[in-house]
Every structure is written in structure tokens, then in C-alpha cells.
Design a protein around this ligand. Sequence first.
Ligand SMILES: Nc1ncnc2c1ncn2[C@@H]1O[C@H](COP(=O)(O)OP(=O)(O)O)[C@@H](O)[C@H]1O
Ligand SMILES: [Mg+2]
Length: 237
Amino acid sequence: MKTLAVMSRKGGAGKTTVAVNLTLAARALGVRAVLADADPMRSAHEVLRGRDEAANLLVETSASKLFALTEASRRAGVELLVIDTPAAPEADVAEAVKVADLCLAVARPTYLDLAAAVLSVAVIQRLGREGLIVLNQCAPSRAGVEPPSVLKAFEALRFAHLPVAPTAMRARMVYQTAFAQGRSVLESDPQGAAAQEVRALFGQVWRRLNGERPAAMSSANDDLARARRGLILAPTA
Ligand SMILES: Nc1ncnc2c1ncn2[C@@H]1O[C@H](COP(=O)(O)OP(=O)(O)O)[C@@H](O)[C@H]1O
Ligand SMILES: [Mg+2]
């Protein structure tokens, strides 16, 4: 079994959006995926509770129960456990990081979100885990040209040697309308651009979970200092 923790210190960055869509993308590909809602706000539960398969799709849990839950899920034959976490103090989210094979730090391409993601990466490193930053709510590219805010975010993260998923999720209304219907964007609009980016992101995450080693996660403190410098040198629009 593989375990994926989705985190961000900032509320509204898109943790629940990423967690729900990746879980349902995995299931659409036949992966036995379960979503653990570890956020007391229960947003994932709110989205998914009306679904017929809700009982084997979603588990409501808390930080202190995550270790036991991962063991039980493994025994039950779950192939992918996705943990949606709260924008909570470090100690709570650390429980999710500790059980995760990969942690996704979700960030909008803004200065404060990227600064928060840098700190999340520091926590992930300190706990000896793997991390990947996912940019969400990015302005769409036009005719293949990236908006400056997105370019600068990628540049700052690459400059800092922080691992970033090549696929950025765009700000698209369908992410919101799909949730209102208890669905993923793959179900709402299977051929749409949002579905394509979720499939692409899931592919990157799944390959990473299954051993593909991209550029190594930076480990030294000066990399984090470089990240902060990069953010300052390349402030987002
Ligand atoms: N890529 C996106 N495009 C449009 N709306 C988004 C996107 N990602 C998230 N949202 C919306 O932003 C709000 C916060 O997202 P959510 O996933 O709940 O964040 P978090 O779990 O980090 O607090 C929700 O209303 C959600 O529908
Ligand atoms: Mg949430």
C-alpha cells in the first residue's frame, strides 16, 4: 500500500480539491484508493457523503488515529491511502507526514503560499519523508504561454531545488461545480482540461510513489534559505 498526505498550512490552498480529485482519479484507473479525512472541518466528507460507495471510499479520522488507520487499510487490501489534512499546527499534520510515502504540499502561486510550502517542505525533510509541491489555482496558460505568476513560482521553486510537480492545476470553475455535485472533475467533464491536468498529476504522483526518483529533494538548510531568496528574487505578480 502507498500513502499520500496532502498538506498546506494555508486554508483554501486546495488540499481537499487535490485529495478528492486524486483519490477518484486513482479509482477510475482501478486502483483501490481510500480517502482519509483527517480535517475536523470534514470538507472531503461533505463532498463525498452522498455517493453510493462513500462507505468504502472515505474514512473520517484524526491525527492520533492515522497510524492505526494505515495498518488497518494495509490489511484490508487498500492500494492507495490519501490523507486530507487540516491547515493545523505542525504537530497534527506531522502525524500524517510520518505515515506518508509521499507528501504533497499544495500552494497557490502567491508569495505567502509559496513561503508556507517552503516551511512544509522543511517539516517533511525533518521527518525524513518525501515531498512534492503542487501548484494549484494557477491562472490558465494562453496559447501555451504561462502567466508570469506561474512562471515565477516555478522558477523560484526550481531555483531553490524544491521538488515541484510539473503539472500545475489551474483555477477552473469546474473544480467548484464538481464538488457541488459530489464528483471529481473527471466525472463532471471527462474530456475537459481540468480532467486532463488531474490525470497528468495523478500519473506523476503514482510514478513517484512507485519508485521513480526525480531530482533529489534538497536536504540542507541553505537550500531553504535559497528558496526564501528565490521567492524574494522572483516575487509572484
Ligand atoms: N483549481 C481550482 N480552481 C477553482 N477553484 C478551486 C481550485 N482549487 C480549489 N478551489 C476552491 O477553493 C476553495 C478552497 O479549496 P479547498 O480544496 O477546500 O482548500 P483547502 O482544503 O486547502 O482548505 C474551494 O471552494 C474550492 O472549490
Ligand atoms: Mg480542506
